[in-house]
Design a protein around this ligand. Structure first.
Ligand SMILES: [Fe+2]
Length: 495
């Protein structure tokens, strides 16, 4: 039985096809349309997915009429009256008259995490901006059953607040939150500023995330009371540092509450867009749940898999995040290695595309992480802000030698770790000497593992710099047919 799961009409549309517990295909709309976080589906995506057959059942990741009720409450009358954005109207061209099974938004998140996790029994935490009404949910799952034990509802929402702050710093909400997280490392944590921000937005409470106002429309008119004395842009970095600090404290409240509400198990599944905050993820793994599973695609795109898995009702045989468009051929180990050894920055577009926001070796731009000028060069190539850090892909067996890892392995680049030798590896260290580490084993990606292993044998360096194969504001490339759009300043070969 083939089940198609769909996330669309929200942001970052995606579809997943499963059959008897195996993932046949999972991919993002944006990779085909070349529109970042595209909320619309497209025919190319479906054509690629239907190479693996047509579905017997179709699942949708949320309940559209419940969502419209919330939009009515929020005064979003245009959205309420727009029936063109309903799945029944919108999906017909792709699925015909197939019956759609609707799954609650947070239930789809919970199912995506739990059914791909290695656990029979687990606490599940979902934190996002908003689904229909829920913005935080805590569950106990065992033997395929879900018990919801706590919910926080709109307009209280950590995701909405973080997105509002992202927008206030001149970035794109629901897209650039990771840039705010990166900016935080450059700012200063300061109790006065933190308290001032907290008091502006939060009611003092031991309960997590009790907001004073509805931030659905952002907070562009908000100015912090406490500024530094100069007129530089430093205040933005300081705001980012303290926003991130508040976010971490609220997340700590959520996970202490989870330990109280789900005493049966020490396993935890964590999902929702907020689970992309890898700085906070490290705190959770270190202080609350060392046994932690986060799907590499924990946001709404991952709920295409979640809604299909929920309809299936059993664990999925999770093997790999490489489930998208397939560029056939062997991993170009020799060609890429030759470029790296010459000190060049080199692209890889091979095999199946990653499901999730991180490039994990199949659609990546790679470099030697040791050069002092590499970080600036890669930022120029990708037209990115200078302060943005890059991540390392390190052989799993060497990860703990170089990084103070909060977890045994981090194969989906979901955790940050202090680097023990920042002077040796400047290109992959953030300003606070931490790195968002990807560990690589033979099982994770054999070709990529061989490449890093050979690079290690030739140079003594067991890792490479790995950033996504795209330029700022564009999605990761899919087929590489249209090129990448890199700056012409440096020559970059892509294999
Ligand atoms: Fe969500």
């Amino acid at each position: 039985m083939k089940i198609l799961g769909i996330n669309a009409l929200n942001h970052d549309a995606a579809i997943t096809m499963i059959e008897d517990g195996e993932i046949l295909f999972a991919g993002h709309s944006e990779r085909y349309s070349e529109i970042k976080n595209d909320n619309e589906l497209n025919g190319e995506l479906f054509n690629d997915c239907y190479r693996y057959g047509k579905p017997d059942k179709v699942a949708f990741f949320e309940r559209p009429y419940l969502k419209k009720l919330r939009q009515l409450y929020a005064g979003q009358y245009k959205e309420v009256l727009n029936f063109r954005d309903t799945p029944r109207f919108n999906l017909k061209q792709y699925i015909g008259n197939a019956k759609i099974e609707y799954v609650d938004h947070h239930q789809s998140h919970a199912a995506a995490g739990y059914f791909t996790s290695p656990y029979e029994e687990a606490a599940i935490v979902v934190i996002d901006a908003i689904g229909e009404w829920d913005t935080l949910s805590i569950w106990y799952a065992y033997g395929g059953n879900f018990e919801k034990r706590y919910t926080l509802k709109y307009p209280n929402s950590l995701g909405l607040w973080y997105s509002a702050m992202t927008q206030r710093l001149g970035l794109k909400p629901q897209e650039d939150e990771y840039i705010l997280m990166g900016m935080a490392g450059w700012g200063t944590q300061d109790h006065t500023l933190k308290n001032s921000i907290y008091n502006d937005f939060f009611k003092r409470s031991n309960k997590p995330i009790q907001l004073k106002d509805n931030l659905h429309r952002g907070c562009l008119d908000w100015n912090p009371e406490y500024y530094p004395d100069d007129d530089s842009d430093d205040w933005k970095f300081n705001i980012a540092a303290n926003v991130q600090w508040i976010c971490e404290e609220e997340i700590r409240k959520v996970f202490s509450l989870t330990q109280k509400l789900v005493p049966e198990t020490k396993n935890c599944v964590y999902m929702g867009g907020v689970a992309l905050n890898c700085v906070a993820n490290s705190i959770i793994a270190k202080h609350y749940y060392p046994s932690l599973w986060i799907l590499p695609n924990p946001g709404d795109a991952g709920s295409s898999l979640g809604s299909a898995a929920y309809v299936f009702g059993e664990h999925i045989n999770w093997k790999t995040p490489f489930t998208g468009y397939n560029i056939k051929g062997k991993y170009p180990v020799k060609k890429v290695l030759t470029e790296l050894l010459k000190g060049n920055i080199v692209g890889v577009a091979t095999g199946r595309a990653e499901f999730g926001p991180r490039a994990l070796g199949n659609r990546s731009l790679l470099a030697d992480p040791r050069g002092d000028d590499i970080k600036d060069k890669v930022n120029v190539i990708k037209h990115r802000q200078k302060f943005r850090p890059f991540a390392p892909s390190v052989l799993e067996e060497h990860a703990h030698e170089i990084f103070d890892m909060p977890v045994k392995k981090s194969q989906f680049m979901q955790f940050v770790a202090p680097c023990k030798y920042p002077d040796k590896y400047p290109a992959i260290c953030h300003v606070d000497n931490t790195s968002r580490v990807q560990t690589v084993s033979k099982d994770d990606n054999l070709g990529y593992y061989k490449l890093i292993k050979e690079f290690y044998e030739k140079t003594g360096c067991p890792m490479v710099l790995n950033t996504s194969l795209n330029v700022k504001g564009k999605p990761i490339v899919n087929s590489y047919m249209g090129g990448v759009g890199f700056s012409k300043k440096y020559k970059v070969k892509v294999f």
